[in-house]
Write a protein that binds this ligand. Structure first.
Ligand SMILES: Cc1ncc(C[n+]2csc(CCOP(=O)(O)OP(=O)(O)O)c2C)c(N)n1
Ligand SMILES: [Mg+2]
Length: 591
């Protein structure tokens, strides 16, 4: 049988090193599915419950492996479902290629069933490259360019393939005018700033007396260089959310997360520094960075477009974090005065004591901070973590102590609900021998995570180590937003929008042949983690947590506190909430 356009497409993806496609079938991609069937084990098709999840998984594949992630959906509704997951990848700068079906060429423009203007629909999310194939000889360069542009620009690209094209006989482009002859392959460049700019950066950093360092996901492969610079500069290092795994939390000079979900030492460091070195981060909140004019700034980012958009920097360096820091290190002078670092290291010690004290506070029935606090020392070597948006992101950012060799991610810039479970599924496919742990709220789990537990049940026996743990905080609340209503808007909790219906999550896992544990008292937290982390199959931990434990900003402002107290007075559940929250606030000021 001659090769169809779809056979060629799958073969080309293989040439690019793609071995797995996350997707969901439909008539609009039947030609491609036929080719996948013919390709046998050489290309894996992972069947998800919803196309958005396929896009999250492709994004997570890119985040955890550094390779391009590929997802696939049928025309019309399937393609539309991909969007949110693709935006997650776009906003977090991940290379993801979406392959989608389309109405047959002969019917396009005829208001045919499931015909949607996909070119326009994907034009924003895949703005760098979205193309509709019109002839078999075109498919080669469309795939080559979609993958290369995704990798080169660290973004989302999309190839739209009409139904009737998929089964047409493939032919290479003829050697004549008006044809395109592309090839495969991409290698990342070595990007280092110019010598004069590095010298300028060193002059600024050497002149500073109180240097603050902020790193993000761009510093993920630069841990050794970050440590060395921090040692020379006598400074401490804060981590933006996506950079949580970039540096272990057990180092004495790591202040931890920054921002609303951040720590007090990060806040103090930014408040008191005279120099800011920002590496591989686009951390968005200016109120947690130095005041304009307070500090001289140096920023390193691989993407020149991201420079000086959060703080007006004096030196803007376009470059790879690792390579640029390595080039900078010989120009830096070791600071003899270590008082600044020592002061912050004390702050860090005090902060961890405070976190531990907060975790030990009584709650009704379980304090969510304690769930995370107790997990830290139990985290398996090389585990891969994913958190969802919600209060889980706060506890993940603040309470978990990451160690060397671990990976972690979440939806950083889109901050969408829903990626927790699909991220760990992709982690298990990419690294079947590592333990994966998802930290999700009951709202996110109900939104879509639960459905993907069915996907886990379908595939887990393929993984060499079956351990995948989903920790669900069952607080029967969309808690993060409830606290935003209280603290930021000064409104009481709006019961109609905030209360989540209860559901037996552990039982649900059990019904799928997985392990499920319901934890209703704090004394069971530790043993439940032990059971889940040594289970012979994936496990859902259903922690009954207290929605009245506030995920407060590290240093609450007067304005927020005023709003908070006003809202408490009107709150339907005020007595318990007030008691708990005042204790938290008291802790943060007195300890
Ligand atoms: C798709 C989407 N819808 C809504 C939001 C707004 N939002 C952010 S966190 C959150 C609450 C999440 O609740 P849950 O998953 O139960 O976690 P909790 O905060 O209760 O721990 C909401 C509604 C969002 N970020 N993404
Ligand atoms: Mg919740």
């Amino acid at each position: 049988m001659s090769q169809t356009t779809s056979d060629f497409l799958i073969g080309r993806l293989k040439t690019w090193g793609v071995r797995r496609i996350y997707g969901y079938p439909g008539d609009g991609i039947n030609g491609i599915l036929g080719a996948l069937e013919r390709a046998g084990d050489s290309m894996q098709f992972i069947q998800v419950r919803h196309e958005e999840m396929a896009a999250f998984m492709a994004c997570a594949h890119a985040k955890f492996t550094g390779e391009v992630g590929v997802c696939m959906a049928t025309s019309g509704p399937g393609a539309i479902h991909l969007l949110n997951g693709l935006y997650d990848a776009k906003l977090d700068h991940q290379p993801v290629v979406a392959i989608v079906g389309q109405t047959s060429r002969v019917a396009m423009g005829g208001s045919y069933q499931q015909e949607v203007d996909l070119q326009t629909l994907f034009k924003d999310v895949a703005g760098e490259y979205v193309q509709t194939a019109m002839a078999p000889a075109q498919i080669r360069h469309l795939i080559d360019r979609a993958i290369r542009i995704a990798l080169a620009e660290r973004t989302v690209t999309c190839v739209i393939i009409p139904h009737d094209l998929q089964d047409e006989k493939y032919t290479d482009p003829p050697h004549e005018h008006s044809t395109v002859h592309s090839g495969t392959g991409f290698s990342s460049p070595r990007v280092i700033p110019a010598d004069a700019d590095l010298r300028h950066a060193a002059e600024v950093l050497n002149a500073g007396e109180r240097v603050a360092m902020l790193i993000g996901s761009g510093a993920m492969r630069a841990a050794d260089e970050v440590k060395e610079v921090a040692e020379i500069m006598g400074c401490c290092v804060a981590k933006a959310l996506l950079g949580k795994a970039a540096l272990p939390d057990d180092l004495p000079f790591v202040t931890g997360s920054i921002g609303l979900l951040g720590t007090k030492p990060s806040w103090v460091m930014m408040r008191d520094c005279d120099t800011l070195l920002m590496v591989g981060s686009s951390f968005p909140y200016p109120e947690f960075l130095p005041k304009e004019g307070q500090a001289r700034g140096v920023q390193i980012d691989i993407d020149g477009r991201m420079l000086s958009i959060r703080y007006p920097m004096e030196v803007n360096l376009t470059g790879d974090s690792k390579e640029s820091l390595r080039a900078l290190i010989p120009l830096l002078k070791r600071k003899a005065d270590r008082a600044w670092r020592e002061k912050l290291e004390n702050e860090i010690k005090e902060w961890w004591d405070l976190v531990e004290a907060r975790a030990a506070n009584e709650a009704n029935p379980i304090n969510p901070e304690r769930v995370f606090w107790e997990l830290s020392p139990k985290l398996p070597r090389n585990c891969i973590l994913a958190a969802d948006s919600g209060s889980t992101a706060t506890w993940f950012a603040r309470d978990l102590k990451m160690r060397e060799g671990m990976m972690a991610s979440l939806s950083g810039n889109l901050a969408t609900m829903g990626p927790g479970v699909p991220y760990v599924i992709a982690a298990k496919f990419a690294f079947p021998d590592r333990v994966a742990i998802a930290l999700v709220g009951d709202g996110a789990f109900q939104m879509n995570g639960m459905n993907e537990v069915i996907t886990i049940a379908k595939y887990w026996k393929e993984w060499s180590d079956p351990r995948l743990v989903i920790c669900v905080l069952k607080n029967c609340d969309l808690n993060m937003v409830t606290w935003e209503q209280r603290v930021l808007a000064g409104d009481p909790k709006y019961l109609q929008s905030q209360v989540m219906p209860p559901f037996p999550y552990a039982q649900f896992a059990g019904s799928l042949g997985l392990k499920g544990i319901q934890i209703e008292t704090p004394d069971r937290i530790s043993s439940a983690w032990d059971e889940a982390l040594s289970a012979d199959r994936p496990c859902v931990l259903e922690f009954h947590t207290d929605p009245e434990v506030p995920p407060l900003p590290p240093h609450i402002t007067y304005e927020q506190a005023k709003h908070f107290v006003q809202s408490m007075m009107k709150d339907p559940s005020r007595s318990q909430a007030l008691k708990q929250s005042i204790k938290e606030m008291w802790d943060s000021f007195t300890k």
